[in-house]
Design a protein around this ligand. Structure first.
Ligand code: BGC
Length: 759
């Protein structure tokens, strides 16, 4: 008997490999439409609703599983063809098992689309998305998404719930770690890069997966940065700040969008026809499908928008939420709503068409097991090439915030180094909070990274723990507020050292979903540790590990060198060490402003002028009386081990007609002694608008590398896509008038030129 089983397994494995190696077919749009329409005709109402139903695998990931969420019921529904998708089922074997049930046991055998939160890598983790955005390196970001797609797809997954493209200005919100920061232009470019990285050129290829731009929309504007809170924003902010990255993702061909938990101006967005039908599927012509966020259809009830599940299902389906994520609302209510004539069957048809189309595009109908090749899975997950790619983007994500006394790069020999801070030896926190397919404690720590450099003596002392006890993905972190027992030995080590490297910051589970904070300082006793060590040796390189901007005014005032190293994923320690020793010259720039204190938040560079912007002799101008109104480090800021000089900013003309391109050129020179990369940034200011315009808006950037002494000319073009804005009637307009152009290495650049647009 055993023998028979083994033989069967062997046959199945051989078949799997064969299937994965099949040539991937790519159907034309027309061919897919014909297939989808033919299938749709055969489907019962219940089967249609089934396609709109997504169940979680058998693990509660981010929310409570509804009481009906028991595994038996789910199996029964799989057999009936009442499930269109599963999430968090992973592994070639596991996915094969669920696909087998639907394809072999259900009436129509429609394969599942398998979703998973592949947020910054699957098993081999890249930096958290906010950190990656700090690289401003679109190729590296795309590559990182490709690696994530390769590993996830080899593990049975064909759809990621990423990228998160929410613009966020409030560092209290825990999910700022998951997006690209505060700026819609940078956010849009990063969104495109990630979508292209996940989806590749051919969605039917075995190593690409469907992407999902989320959370549509305005989740990043949760009031007071409190998770899942109300968002109340005006037309201008919605259209000029929040929506552009979603539009960019749609234009880049993203196959799906996820709506969100928040309400927007009084309407929970899961039930918003305005967002989903009018804008997304209407104006933008989006042809893919929209999935709810986890049970967010049910939450229409708790928001006080729907009185029960039946009404919630009605509102959400009519509003254009095509698939219900683990809410069990559609599967319970929708068929009856159609039979009662409350929801038109055409609503179902529209949703199902969209879902089936993506399944066809993925090639799931040709081979539902195409992502279930265990041999490929083994070869792919953790492949050394993936480690190289994530190390590359990790180095590029580091931002040198300050280096006053040139403590960095560190000399490679003859130095006594004291390394202090629990995060320095931490192999877990650098993985960030979205690492559900990765193994805990698998990051290279900073200690390990530095140990690879043998020329200096290195002493490590923890100093103080960041947290106490063990914390998991679903739990609150308990921060060490009291234990300072390690301070003395840390101080002793520091006293004796030439240079002290202190790795401080947030626990890996202090940012991410459900992790809003009202205090942005170094958590626990770390600030005190920093101050104590500083007293015995001020030669400190502060390496920050964090998932959001922190308020580090004291450190900025006292510590000569500060390196923002975020949570850099699997290769954290190697990336940090290579930057510390100058084997990589830092080139990252902040994608979010750093506040001086939490009271300044939300703080962002592209704010409005106000009517009282300038400092006055009296008190009646727009400012704070207890702290400067500027951020500690502005958006776009980041230093290098070399210096750059900007000059010769020129426009081809000074007067342009609307619709004409504005050609901008400038020179940049490497004025230091080492080769370095710089993100050249272009900002505009539209001086007078029928709707007031921000004091600066990023409209272009270019990453360039220069040898010492080398000068390059950089050119940008401004056109009607970058010179206009949405007015309060939601029309995109370019207005005549005076503009300024700024170029430089941060949003604080002062090098400027003027031009005028005429009718
Ligand atoms: C999050 C989504 C995520 C989903 C599935 C939700 O709680 O908001 O971003 O994709 O869970 O894990």
């Amino acid at each position: 008997m055993k023998k028979i089983v083994y033989t069967l397994v062997a046959i199945i494995i051989v078949q799997n490999i064969g299937m994965a190696q099949q040539k991937e077919k790519k159907y034309s749009k027309e061919e897919i439409t014909i297939k989808v329409e033919a299938l749709l005709k055969k489907m019962t109402i219940e089967e249609k609703v089934g396609q709109m139903n997504q169940y979680n695998g058998f693990w509660d990931v981010t929310g409570p599983v509804p009481e009906e969420g028991n595994a038996e019921k789910k199996y029964e529904h799989l057999r009936k063809g009442w499930v269109g998708s599963m999430l968090t089922v992973r592994g070639a074997k596991e996915v094969r098992a669920v696909q087998k049930i639907v394809t072999e046991e259900s009436r129509l055998g429609i394969p599942l689309i398998i979703g998973f939160d592949v947020i910054h890598g699957y098993k081999t983790l890249s930096p958290i998305p906010l950190a990656e955005a700090a690289s401003w390196d679109l190729e590296a970001i795309k590559k990182s998404a490709e690696v994530a797609a390769a590993e996830a797809s080899a593990s049975g997954i064909n759809w990621t719930f990423g990228p998160m493209v929410d613009i966020a200005r409030d560092a209290r919100w825990g999910r700022v770690m998951e997006g690209a920061g505060e700026d819609p232009f940078l956010g849009s470019r990063v969104a495109e890069a990630r979508v292209k990285g996940f989806q590749g050129e051919n969605l039917a290829a075995v190593n690409t997966i469907a992407a999902c731009a989320k959370h549509f929309a305005a989740y990043g504007f949760a009031e007071s940065g409190k998770e899942y809170n109300t968002a109340d924003i005006g037309t201008s902010t919605l259209h000029n700040i929040v929506l552009p990255p979603f539009k960019a993702a749609v234009d880049a061909g993203v196959k799906t969008l996820m709506n969100s938990f928040n309400e927007l101006n009084g309407v929970p967005v899961t039930g918003s026809s305005y967002l989903q039908r009018d804008i997304l599927k209407g104006k933008w012509g989006f042809k893919g499908f929209v999935i709810s966020d986890w049970a967010s259809i049910n939450e229409l009830i708790y928001w006080g928008h729907a009185k029960d599940k039946r009404e919630a299902a009605k509102i959400a389906s009519i509003a254009g939420s095509d698939m219900d994520m683990e809410g069990h609302v559609y599967i319970q209510e929708l068929a009856q709503l159609v039979k009662d004539g409350v929801v038109k069957e055409s609503i179902l048809d529209d949703a199902v068409r969209r879902i089936l189309t993506v399944k066809y595009e993925l090639g799931l109908f040709d081979n539902p097991y195409k992502y279930c090749d265990e041999k490929l899975e083994k070869e792919t997950i953790g492949n050394p090439k993936h480690h190289e790619a994530v190390l590359d983007v990790a180095k590029k994500s580091i931002v040198l915030l300050k280096n006053d006394t040139q403590l960095l790069p560190l000399k490679k020999e003859g130095q006594k180094i004291a390394l202090i801070g629990a995060l320095a030896a931490d192999k877990n926190s650098p993985l960030g909070s979205w690492r559900i397919a990765s193994d805990d404690h698998t990051a290279i720590s900073v200690l390990e990274g530095l140990q690879a450099y043998k020329g200096n003596s290195l002493v490590y002392k923890k100093g103080a723990d960041v947290s106490v006890g063990k914390t998991a993905f679903t739990q609150e972190v308990a921060i060490n507020e009291t234990d300072k027992s390690g301070f003395e030995e840390a101080k002793l080590a520091a006293k004796d050292a030439d240079v002290v490297i202190m790795v401080l910051g947030e626990h890996g589970f202090q940012s991410g979903e459900g992790r809003s904070r009202t205090n942005l300082q170094l958590p626990g006793v770390q600030q005190e540790l920093l101050e104590e060590v500083y007293k015995v040796n001020p030669n400190i390189v502060l390496v920050l590990n964090n998932g959001r901007p922190l308020a580090i005014s004291w450190a900025n005032e006292h510590i000569p060198t500060i390196l923002e190293a975020w949570q850099l994923g699997t290769q954290t320690g190697n990336a940090v060490a290579q930057v510390i020793y100058g084997d990589y010259n830092p080139s990252g720039k902040l994608p979010m402003s750093f506040p001086r204190n939490v009271g300044q938040v939300p703080i962002y560079y592209n704010h409005k002028s106000t009517g009282r912007n300038n400092k006055e002799a009296h008190v009646f101008w727009s400012h704070y009386i207890d702290v400067e109104k500027t951020p500690l480090y502005p958006f776009g800021h980041g230093l290098s081990y070399t210096t750059f000089e900007y000059s010769d900013l020129k426009l081809d003309k000074s007067l342009y007609s609307i619709g004409e391109d504005v050609h901008v050129s400038l020179k940049i020179k490497n004025t230091g002694n080492v080769k370095g990369k710089e993100v050249v940034q272009l900002y505009i200011r539209d001086l007078f608008g029928s709707v007031t315009r921000p004091v600066k808006e990023l409209k272009g950037f270019e990453l360039t590398e220069l040898e010492p002494g080398e000068t390059k000319t950089i050119q940008f073009v401004l056109n009607k896509e970058t010179l206009g804005f949405y007015n309060n009637s939601e029309e995109y307009i370019v207005e005549p008038g005076d503009f300024k152009v700024f170029v430089g290495g941060s949003s604080y650049t002062k090098l400027e030129a003027d031009f005028t647009l005429k009718e």
